[in-house]
Design a protein around this ligand. Structure first.
Ligand SMILES: *[C@@H]1O[C@H](CO)[C@@H](O)[C@H](O)[C@H]1NC(C)=O
Ligand SMILES: *[C@@H]1O[C@H](CO)[C@@H](O)[C@H](O)[C@H]1NC(C)=O
Ligand SMILES: *[C@@H]1O[C@H](CO)[C@@H](O)[C@H](O)[C@H]1NC(C)=O
Length: 356
């Protein structure tokens, strides 16, 4: 009898603790706060060389009530990490400021100063919304959700990185500032605005990724490296001073991998310098000798139409497949590319409904 009562008390205590509310106003508040499932994240500055890491209990709701800044120091990051299942994270329009101008040297994450990268590591399932990120030192979001995650109404503003600075030798100061770097399943990113200097969305691998109603400015468009099943890509890509709007690139040396069932719809893009659409199996080369170890199938443009406007001299479409490595019939009747010139289509005759 006594043991039954103590078990009940223990259970009661656990529930009461989880249901508590907590406020984080400095790093020293974090350890106690993450035991509660209702958290208010106030604005503060995280000390230089440290990150803000929230390992949340299942079902936690986080509401931001101020802006988060990070002290400036060359280190590897990440600056912000959040993990947990069934989480509701609401930025309420507040920002995370990465202090990018302190780090930017035109060399990104592969040279120059060591930069905190990625800035935002998202490892939750549930929802993540209304967050603004300003001036990421390197890549912005890295997403590896443990179960379905919807990211909505986000702003990434790295526009300051478009201009050269004293360290960038005339190049854009911001570099490798990918908007979303994704190796994951069951992710929706929607209704967001991204202004950066590299891929807007890079799918390194994954299944069931939906990218819709977003606008991408200044970067390199959307890149898919490996993905299986349903990547629905539906976005506005504006002023892509970079290379291509929609790209699938596979490493020439890769084997035993697939890219399949990629659906593009309703994309619009302007200002593209090199390729409207490029599907290339020769990465890291561009239109080099393609590999045959990654099978690409089911790449379709469906209604509503995607309309890409490329600069004069740019290629409308380039497809560079290894022998027998692109398969099936791909319906591109809902792709329109204005401007530019025809690009090469190598080792593949399965595209229907489109000519350039
Ligand atoms: C870090 O440096 C950048 C660039 O000088 C500046 O905009 C930002 O306010 C600095 N961050 C902090 C927390 O001092
Ligand atoms: C592609 O994904 C769609 C949407 O889920 C699905 O209906 C279709 O069967 C898939 N096609 C292939 C070839 O896997
Ligand atoms: C391609 O899609 C269009 C629009 O849905 C359709 O009218 C056409 O029949 C399809 N072509 C093939 C070869 O399936």
């Amino acid at each position: 009898m006594i043991s039954v009562i103590s078990v009940l008390l223990l259970a009661g205590a656990t529930v009461a603790n989880a249901a508590c509310s907590a406020t984080i106003s400095s790093l020293s508040d974090v350890a106690a706060a993450v035991k509660c499932t209702s958290i208010t994240l106030n604005g503060f500055t995280v000390p230089a060389g440290q990150g803000l890491t929230l390992s949340l209990a299942s079902g936690t709701t986080v509401n931001m009530a101020g802006d988060i800044f990070f002290g400036n120091q060359s280190w590897a990051g990440p600056l912000f990490t959040v993990s947990g299942t069934g989480v509701t994270f609401n930025g309420n329009g507040h920002k995370f400021d990465g202090g990018g101008p302190f780090y930017w040297d035109g060399q990104g994450i592969n040279g120059g100063t060591t930069k905190p990268d990625p800035m935002m590591k998202i490892k939750i399932s549930g929802t993540f919304e209304n967050v603004h990120v300003v001036n990421s030192p390197g890549r912005v979001y890295s997403v590896s959700n443990p179960a379905p995650l919807t990211m909505t109404n986000l702003v990434v503003d790295n526009s300051q990185g478009d201009a050269p600075n004293s360290k960038s030798g005339g190049a854009a100061a911001g570099h490798n500032t990918d908007g979303f770097d994704v190796s994951t399943n069951d992710l929706t990113i929607q209704n967001s605005q991204i202004h950066n200097q590299d891929d807007c969305l890079a799918i390194n691998k994954g299944t069931n990724i939906v990218f819709k109603g977003n606008s991408c400015t200044g970067g390199h468009g959307i890149s898919i490296v490996r993905c299986n099943f349903i990547s629905v890509i539906d976005s506005m890509l504006m002023n892509l001073l970079g290379d291509q709007a929609l790209r699938i690139k596979t490493k020439s040396a890769s084997t035993g991998s697939t890219v399949k069932n990629v659906t593009y719809s309703g994309n619009t893009a302007t200002g593209i310098r090199q390729f409207g659409v490029i599907i290339d199996q020769s990465y890291p080369d561009t239109l080099g000798t393609p590999g045959t170890g990654v099978i690409i199938s089911g790449v379709n443009f469906v209604a509503p139409a995607s309309t890409l406007t490329v600069n004069s001299g740019a290629k409308k479409v380039a497809v560079n497949c290894g022998k027998n490595a692109c398969t099936g019939s791909w319906n591109w009747s809902n792709l329109k590319v204005n401007g530019g010139v025809a690009g090469p289509i190598t080792n593949f005759a399965g595209i229907t409904g489109f000519s350039q």
